[in-house]
Design a protein around this ligand. Structure first.
Ligand code: PAF
Length: 274
């Protein structure tokens, strides 16, 4: 496994035979089984897997969230080594963003709702860094987790508009036995709080079970009340899975999306409900 920190070494290491496919797994480190399932998927699908570890400051709307973001580099490298990853890229901010070529394309409102409404500038920051990574790494495949489903839709648009040769692959959310979605933020919760946080998944499942015979607005507010029993919710919303519209036609594929805080740790999750 090669670990590189600068562009010169990255370019040298990326001299992969042209008939080989590159799979890319972007991460912010502090790897858990959710990340590792993306890594595993990339290993199965591609000939050469690149993992990046970079806590991207441009996607944090809250400086505390950025400075508290867990760092676990030694562990990350040891686990990636076990997976026999070909290349790990750990760039420095300045050198990376010097490569930026700003792009502009319509996001069809996908960035204005849910996370986009509650974390101003978040998706702009995600797109900025992925636009640079995609340009430098030129993968055939890039892997994203379903827990960040809205991010997946937006990155898909980036690929469709700017990187037509990159296929964006959605991988299922990995959950603890309790149902809590795996997230680097979980490490900031005590074991008891983690148990309580599993009620987020319970609430999503309640929504799924009641979806076909409930009025949308009523179901959303019942779910919001359930979240309030144990946390401080920002939203619970049912939306169309393709365009994130809240004009729901029950024949269309829909998802429930949630963001809530438990002792100031912000957790998100979502579930396909029909
Ligand atoms: O999902 C994440 O961890 C980040 O948004 C990503 C894709 C690594 C970009 O910084």
């Amino acid at each position: 496994m090669q670990v590189v920190n600068n562009l010169q070494d990255l370019n040298k290491a990326l001299h992969v035979e042209t008939n080989k496919s590159i799979g890319f797994v972007p991460t912010m480190g502090d790897l858990h089984d959710g990340h590792l399932s993306l890594v595993q998927r990339s290993k199965e699908k591609s000939d050469f897997t690149v993992v990046s570890i970079f806590i991207n400051p441009t996607q944090f709307d809250n400086p505390n969230d950025f400075s508290n973001y867990p760092v676990n580099l030694e562990y990350d490298l040891s686990v990636l080594k076990k997976y026999n990853i070909d290349l790990v890229f750990i760039p420095k901010f300045k050198e990376l963003f010097q490569q930026e070529n700003k792009v502009n394309f319509p996001l069809n409102g996908l960035d204005q709702v849910l996370e986009g409404r509650h974390r101003k500038g978040h998706f702009n920051g995600v797109l900025r860094v992925l636009n640079i990574f995609f340009k430098l790494i030129k993968p055939q495949y890039a892997f994203f987790g379903e827990k960040d489903y809205q991010q997946f839709l937006i990155v898909n648009l980036l690929a469709k508009n700017q990187f037509k040769n990159i296929e964006i692959i959605l991988c299922p959310t990995r959950r603890l036995q309790t149902g809590l979605a795996m997230s680097s933020r979980n490490s900031r919760l005590s074991p008891d709080q983690q148990k309580i946080a599993s009620k987020i998944y319970e609430t999503l499942n309640f929504c799924k079970m009641n979806f076909s015979f409930s009025k949308i607005k009523e179901l959303e507010s019942v779910c919001l009340e359930k979240l309030k029993d144990f946390s401080d919710p920002e939203y619970f919303e049912i939306r169309n899975s393709i365009n994130l519209s809240n004009k729901i036609n029950k024949e269309d594929k829909c998802r429930a999306f949630v963001a809530t805080k438990l002792s100031n740790v912000r957790l998100i999750d979502n579930l396909a409900i029909n």
